[in-house]
Ligand binder design. Structure first.
Ligand code: NDP
Length: 306
């Protein structure tokens, strides 16, 4: 019952140290170092090479080191019986909420605008109670962001698949609720998981249902956004701007039009980053649960894809 860490292109040292500190006796391999695939029951991964799990016939769990599991389930060759788990972490959640708050305040108070445009002329700003923030996705991260914004005086609404009740937040759900959710939203925030249903959901048809001049914040996944639709909507003025933290291709290629677009604000997928020291405990708790035949925590429902 060994553990395999798979983080192509990343330094695995911090993960090895954090896991060893938590569970000194665990037998741990770091891909692609030499190991016997039959020995591995528990894989901890971020963007594993697709198809690699074919050789791991005793694999029981594939644990994502992030909140999302799209990077795992996009591999059609993951073992049918393996459980997929994800991270739910207080720090990760807080970091996402404060990042969202920072982006929204930056937008309405023109904080970076004066510098990026090199203008001293103070631009009129919006106050918090003038904005209607709409959050797509009211899961762990979306709900926390909604509550943070609401506590800071924003009018907040949210949209999810199933019905929700959140104090201080107007909630909508399902396809039927989408139009009503969008029609008053001045700042749209995407915190949906990437699934076959939500892929390309941020498209022209959806943007046209927002009030003219609405602003987009995408901090979920690049594949939610139809990039050329965003560019068109910025050109027509239907959208006044966008803050993007995630992209179809990461790192965002140097020649990508978003880099030079005056209405696009870019950050390099930093909205919330998993801290190995904070999550090693839950990864090893699940490993011990697996060993002891106990139910695992934070298991993803593969039917939902999230
Ligand atoms: P959750 O699984 O907790 O929540 C997902 C939410 O989306 C739920 O409210 C769910 O509805 C809703 N949803 C899913 N599908 C649909 C649909 N078809 N229509 C309407 N609503 C839908 O996810 P988290 O909040 O933990 O994370 C969200 C995403 O954030 C992650 O998947 C990841 O991609 C991204 N992320 C980005 C980071 C960054 O640094 N940029 C960092 C961490 C995460 P319901 O509640 O009804 O099921």
């Amino acid at each position: 019952m060994s553990v395999l860490l798979i983080f192509p292109g990343r330094d695995p040292k911090v993960w090895v140290n954090a896991i060893k500190k938590e569970q000194p006796n665990v037998k741990l391999y770091v891909y692609p170092e030499e190991h016997n695939p039959q020995e591995i029951t528990y894989a901890v991964t971020w963007k594993h090479p697709k198809g690699m799990f074919n050789k791991y016939s005793n694999l029981e769990v594939i644990a994502s080191i992030g909140a999302g599991v799209d990077h795992i389930i996009c591999d059609p060759e993951i073992p049918k019986n393996a459980l997929i788990t994800r991270i739910i972490d207080e720090q990760l959640t807080k970091d996402m909420s404060t990042f969202v708050l920072a982006l929204v305040l930056d937008k309405i108070r023109n904080i970076s605008l004066h510098h990026s445009e090199k203008i001293w002329d103070p631009q009129a700003y919006h106050t918090v109670d003038e904005e209607n923030i709409g959050i797509m996705g009211l899961g762990v991260l979306g709900k926390s962001a909604a509550l943070t914004l609401s506590k800071n005086g924003f009018k907040v609404s949210g949209w999810s698949k199933t019905q929700k009740q959140i104090d201080g937040v107007s909630t909508y759900h399902g396809e039927r609720g989408l139009n009503d959710f969008l029609k008053n939203t001045s700042i749209l925030i995407c915190l949906l998981p990437l699934t076959s249903v939500t892929e390309n959901i941020l498209n022209k048809e959806l943007f046209e249902k927002l009030p003219k001049g609405a602003y987009l914040i995408n901090i979920a996944r690049g594949e939610h956004l139809v990039e050329h639709d965003l560019l068109e909507m910025l050109d027509t003025g239907q959208l006044s701007g966008a803050s993007l933290d995630v992209f179809r291709t990461e790192p965002l290629p140097e020649e990508h039009p978003f880099w030079k677009h005056p209405k696009v604000h870019i950050s390099p997928h930093i909205a919330s980053v998993t801290d190995p020291k904070k999550v090693a405990h839950q990864l090893m708790e699940n490993y011990m649960r697996l060993r002891n035949n106990e139910p695992l925590r934070n298991v993803v429902d593969l039917k939902n894809e999230y």
